[in-house]
Design a binder for this molecule. Structure first.
Ligand code: HEC
Length: 537
């Protein structure tokens, strides 16, 4: 049903600070934390703001060019009462009242975090479901009809897909992994639990619930979503260079993406294959001291370097004797390679790390967990100011260190057990900031003092993926479950919590320090958009 413009009051040009503003009207009165999005007809760009405590929203001047706009909202439990479209005149300002009604079907709106909060059981019991959100949301799980035996079969099938899989075009592993590895040591018990959550014969009733909307500081923000020109695409790591160009790794195809947010120009640089029979795509995207871009080459093995000047790739595959069916380079650590001519790289298949001597071409290997009881793994890797490498034990709870000179290995356990540290960043003072994915904390390891600090997150079932500190000292993270971005002020201990306008499979987080306050970027790994979050304070 297309309902014409609800209400437009044209104000005089120039006299209004806001270009488009208005009020949210709902059966429950004024609503804070409602995301309001406007998208010009035919445009790939969607701009969003968030309503304040009085239920008012405002798009700052200069954010929307003249034209016909469609509007949408996001607030679990509510929907727009009919389609809203409006005309924004040249140099004009408009006021649009948005009427909300109760959502007809809450189950199509829930985030993973809301599904997790709704499912019965303790959080310990439910956390293995974090292993189910990499390729699709938990809606599929909740709406399936499997019994226990059915779920055992489903979990086996899921374990046969590579982690760089889009639900619409999964990639299959040459050799399926042990399903226990991702889904925990007790798959049968988990299958029985899953069968109680869905619409099958063993289901038990429960009520789905929305989590509280954001308030206060988190509402003072402008969020821009840039839709990429084709779907599916999986922008995994998104970074912005000094010229404001956005570069991204593509999780399940062989190219490096380039996007100019000013002109919307989009380009793909194809990356040659190393192992044609193996799954495609890249993950980690890093910058080296010479300004080259580096991508971890996943199942294609090793890493590739991209020279922005010549626009050419150079591949550094693992030598044949180091490759096997499980070889997977998810991370590359070129941050300080010019210090000693050595490049660090992880190997999820061992699990361990390799180091390449760039001059001699010689490789060295470390297996930090050999002979130890698991689960342990080597995920995010970050070089300090001396090219010592620090690595995240995503399977367990350690931050590991390999000394660049002696090759000596050390493991440091996070204060919270089984925190599953995932990815992060080394700052200028050799402090490693990282996400404790399972423990719902921001972690910091002062590598010089060898001392940990941890900050619990204010949101339940967040599953933080990555952490980065900005130039003002604020620390950012985003999670794979709740479609929210967090900014922590270390001085006050307070978080600003920014809601994302769309379901967003969050991975690497990035801050563009050229702006004040710094601007946050993230890729939407399932829905082919690049997302920019600009706090207004
Ligand atoms: C590596 C990617 C990946 C992971 C991780 C993953 N899935 Fe899936 N899932 C898929 C793909 C691809 C499909 C669609 C194709 C299919 O059904 O095999 C799917 C479909 C489903 C479906 C709908 C189809 C059906 O048979 O009912 C369910 C239910 C499901 N997954 C459950 C799970 C559960 C439970 C987990 C965690 C234990 C999980 N998935 C983890 C990739 C994944």
């Amino acid at each position: 049903m297309l309902r014409p413009v609800l209400a437009i009051v044209l104000l005089n040009a120039g006299c209004a600070l806001a270009q488009l503003n208005g009020r949210i009207v709902s059966p429950d009165g004024a609503l804070e934390g409602v995301v309001v999005s406007a998208r010009k007809e035919g445009s790939p760009v969607s701009v969003s703001v968030v309503s304040n405590a009085a239920g008012e929203y405002a798009f700052p001047a200069g954010r929307l060019e003249p034209g016909r706009y469609g509007m949408r909202i996001r607030a679990t439990g509510y929907e727009l009462d009919g389609l809203v479209s409006m005309e924004l005149a040249d140099a004009g300002a408009a006021e649009v009242e948005l009427k909300l009604r109760k959502a007809a079907d809450l189950s199509v709106q829930l985030t993973n975090a809301e599904w997790l909060a709704s499912f019965p059981g303790s959080s310990e019991q439910k956390k293995f479901l974090y292993g189910c959100v990499g390729c699709h949301t938990l809606e599929r799980v909740a709406k399936s009809t499997h019994d226990t035996a059915g779920f055992v079969a489903v979990m086996k099938r899921m374990a046969g897909y590579t982690n760089n899989s889009h639900a619409e075009r999964p990639q299959v592993r040459l050799i399926a992994r042990d399903p226990m590895r991702d889904f925990g040591p007790d798959a049968d018990k988990q299958a029985a639990f899953l069968a109680t959550l869905n619409r099958g014969p063993e289901a038990k009733p429960y009520t789905v619930q929305a989590l509280p909307r954001v308030q206060g500081a988190g509402t003072r923000v402008v969020i821009t979503e840039y839709e990429l020109p084709r779907k599916p695409l999986m922008p995994h790591d998104v970074i912005v260079d000094e010229q404001g160009i956005v570069w991204f790794s593509q999780f399940d195809e062989q190219f490096l993406g380039r996007f100019d947010p000013r002109t919307l120009a989009y380009q793909e640089f194809p990356i040659p294959l190393q192992r044609p029979d193996y799954p495609k795509g890249t993950l980690d995207l890093e910058v080296d001291p010479q300004g080259n871009l580096w991508l971890s080459h996943m199942f294609q093995s090793g890493a590739v370097k991209f020279d922005k000047r010549t626009q050419k790739f150079q591949a550094y595959p693992l030598p044949k004797q180091l490759q096997n069916e499980h070889t997977q380079q998810s991370m590359v650590g070129p941050q300080r390679w010019t210090l000693d001519g050595k490049l660090w790289i992880n190997d999820a298949g061992i699990p361990g790390l390799h180091r390449l001597d760039m001059k001699s071409g010689k490789w060295q290997t470390w297996k930090p967990y050999e002979g130890m009881k698991g689960p342990h793994s080597v995920y995010g890797i970050y070089a300090d100011s001396k090219n010592n490498i620090f690595f995240m034990d995503f399977g367990g709870e350690n931050v590991g260190r390999i000394d660049a000179k002696s090759g000596k290995l050390a493991l440091y356990a996070t204060p919270t057990p089984r925190s599953r540290p995932r990815r992060g960043r080394m700052d200028e003072e050799d402090r490693l900031w990282f996400a404790e994915w399972r423990a719902e904390r921001i972690g910091m390891f002062d590598t010089r003092a060898e001392k940990f600090s941890e900050w619990p997150l204010p949101v339940q079932y967040f599953a933080p993926y990555d952490v980065v500190r900005d130039k003002t000292g604020k620390v950012w993270t985003a999670g794979m479950n709740s479609d929210r971005v967090l900014r922590l002020d270390l001085e006050t201990g307070e978080y600003a919590e920014y809601p994302l306008p769309s379901p967003t499979n969050v991975r690497r987080v990035f801050v563009d320090n050229r702006t004040t306050p710094p601007t946050f970027w993230v890729g939407n790994n399932h829905h082919a958009t690049l997302v920019k979050v600009e706090p207004l304070e």
